[in-house]
Design a protein around this ligand. Structure first.
Ligand code: ADP
Length: 630
């Protein structure tokens, strides 16, 4: 069969261009990527061989072998792992399948210098071979198959696949090194790279010597089974990069051995930067499950909860059976117990970090807080209290982040609720009119702008420290009960009486606006939460919160906005003036128009559009005419 030409998927071409042309400062990492793939291929076959020993018959010991040919200027990385079929070659080395990656690559700008940092986040994988090679050949034979295939490419848009001969299973990758990459033919250089990046690999990595000789380049014992004291920070970091396919540093490394009811080793990393697909619907955790050093799966649902899906690393269990299917394994009650213990441990580590180093914890919170909060919504969660203490908020009265404990400690005398506001962005909610009355009284309001916030807070029926959460955009604002900063003296009490009077004064106006607006609003009320603005919209008790409704509308889960309560500020000059008009019997079209303009104003302040733009413009022009022209 002659070699068949095929084109790379567009995303791959783009990626290749960036990788090959980038002046990547540590291009030696290509070797780490290829060794990492080879080790994964061995892990995969070891798992398959648990149920089909024939797959490794005659060659039971896994290894990765490097060899150089100085004359040909080639470096070869060979493994006796699982190998690939023709389809798999096409799939794996011609397309980018993993969810979210395609879209991510579409967003790359094409500017190598800028993009390389981004690509680094998820690792360049196999394609990094083209940083140092002008041509790459992949000769591979799937374990259990007779046929072998050879894939060849210069990394410029096309590759060829042809059938080939290969003794035994596995993959041999031959790199025809670029002119300026001959350093990778030198033995000391290779030894050094393997030591630096791949020492933690549990499969032996050998360097071919002379005719048949080999030298071991790594320790080849699973890093997570070694004593903590024997592992250097660099080794942890490199292991982290191996499991995460990333280039950043771990923010938190948690390594422990559990003994007792269940025995397991866990080595888990919290990254220092969020992965690009953290919110992709298909995003799963990246914790690999091993049983007695045998890799089982990196896709074990329930091994760690979704709200810890930023974790990367390994959990290696001693007591789980090796010879059951992945599916059955996932239902094993032991796994549930381990998951719970692992979650507890990680949350405790986070708590410790939060107590010890506020700044570092806040950086973590910026990256993963929105994910952690998912743990507070949905299924009952035995870790709820710990999670609640880990949550951080922006607020109206502080610069940094505040915890619920701090919030409650700072509550005013007479304040019964934990006040919060949710919205699309911090900027939008910081300027919300709903906050005015709270600001005037110096009451702290939590500012929440992650979509999840509209779900977890309302689901928290028991509140926090016996205080219920209350949105400042809903229900009646019971601000009267909260004492002002300085204790009330008599003068103030008088003022309060005046306010009461002002309230009764607007009653006729409230009634007129109600008649004018009819069904478009649920009710019209005088407001206790406004000081500067004339009006605002609030959700009635028991109604859907306004921001939640907005989110649901965006997702087509709610069709129409429900009528809201229009609150008017009895102390505002406009409201006072309108009130006088009504009392003087001057109702009619002008007042109706004013009512609609108030409603539209309130909608605009909430970031909504006006319901009837044409009518709005007509009314606005009329009012301007009256005020400015006549
Ligand atoms: P990643 O390793 O992040 O999935 P790569 O681009 O490095 O991405 O590799 C793509 C896929 O090609 C791998 O997921 C694997 O299925 C396959 N692959 C790469 N190298 C080998 C190998 N040596 N043996 C078997 N399969 C391999």
């Amino acid at each position: 069969m002659t070699a068949e030409k095929r084109s790379f998927q567009a995303e791959v071409s783009k990626l290749l261009q960036i990788v090959a042309n980038s002046l990547y400062s540590e291009r030696e990492v290509f070797l780490r990527e290829l060794i990492s793939n080879a080790a994964d291929a061995c892990d995969k076959l070891r798992y398959l061989a648990l149920t089909d020993a024939d797959l490794v018959a005659g060659d039971p010991d896994f290894k990765i072998r490097l060899s150089v040919n100085a004359d040909e200027k080639t470096l070869t990385i060979a493994d006796n792992g699982v190998g690939m079929t023709e389809e798999e070659l096409d799939q794996n080395l011609g397309t980018i399948a993993s969810s979210g990656t395609g879209a991510f690559i579409d967003n790359l700008t094409g500017d190598a210098k800028k993009d390389v940092g981004l690509i680094g986040q998820f690792g360049v994988g196999f394609y990094s071979a083209f940083m140092v090679s002008e041509k790459v050949e992949v000769l591979t034979r799937k374990a259990g198959d007779e046929k072998a295939w050879i894939w060849t490419s210069d990394g410029l848009g096309e590759y060829t696949v042809a059938s080939a001969e290969k003794a035994g299973r596995g993959t041999i990758i031959t790199l025809h090194l670029k002119e300026d990459a001959s350093e990778f033919l030198e033995e000391p250089r290779l030894r050094n790279i393997v030591k630096t990046y791949s020492d933690h690999i549990a499969i032996p990595i050998m360097l071919a010597k002379g005719d048949d000789g080999e030298d071991a380049l790594n320790e080849a014992s699973a890093l997570w089974t070694r004593q903590k004291s024997e592992i250097t920070p660099e080794q942890y970091t490199e292991f982290y990069r191996h499991v995460s396919h990333g280039f950043d540093e771990p923010w938190l490394t948690t390594h422990w051995r559990a003994e007792g009811r269940f025995e397991y080793n866990a080595l888990l990393f919290t990254p220092s930067s969020p992965p690009f697909d953290l919110y992709h619907p298909d995003r799963k955790h990246r914790v690999k499950l091993y049983v007695k050093r045998v890799f089982i799966t990196e896709d074990c649902e329930g091994l760690v909860p979704e709200y810890l899906r930023f974790l990367k690393g390994v959990i290696d269990c001693e007591d789980l059976p090796l010879n059951v299917s992945r599916e059955l394994l996932q239902k094993n009650p032991m796994l549930t117990a381990i998951s719970s213990a692992v979650t507890k441990r990680i949350l405790n580590e986070l708590t410790r970090k939060a107590d010890k180093d506020t700044e570092a914890y806040n950086a973590f919170w910026e990256n993963f807080g929105a994910v952690l909060k998912e743990g507070l919504y949905g299924a009952p969660n035995e870790h709820k209290q710990t999670l609640l203490d880990l949550v951080r908020f922006k607020s109206t009265t502080r610069d940094g982040l505040v915890s619920l404990k701090q919030y409650v400690e700072g509550m005013k005398d007479g304040q019964e609720h934990i006040y919060y506001i949710t919205g699309e962005s911090q900027d939008a909610i910081r300027n919300s009119p709903h906050l005015e009355g709270f600001a005037a009284k110096g009451i702290e309001v939590l500012l929440l702008s992650d979509p999840i916030d509209d779900f977890w807070i309302p689901s928290l029926f028991e509140g926090y420290a016996e205080k219920q959460f209350q949105s400042v955009t809903r229900g009646g604002a019971d601000l009267d009960k909260v004492k002002d900063a300085d204790d009330k003296d008599d003068a103030e009490k008088d003022e309060t009486k005046d306010e009461d009077k002002a309230k009764t004064d607007v009653a006729p106006l409230v009634a007129s606006i109600k008649i004018a607006l009819g069904e478009t609003v649920k009710d019209v009320r005088e407001s206790a939460r406004l000081t500067d603005s004339a009006c605002c919209l609030v959700a009635d008790d028991g109604d859907l919160d306004m921001n939640l409704e907005r989110i649901l509308r965006q997702h087509q889960q709610v069709k129409e906005a429900a009528p809201r309560v229009l609150e008017i500020n009895p102390k505002h000059p406009l409201i006072k003036g309108l009130s006088e008009r009504v009392k003087a019997g001057k109702t009619g079209q002008d007042l109706d128009d004013a009512a609609y303009l108030l409603l539209d104003q309130a909608r605009i302040m909430d970031g909504e559009t006006v319901t009837d733009p044409k009518a709005f413009a007509r009314r606005m022009s009329k009012v301007m005419e009256m005020g400015l022209v006549s």
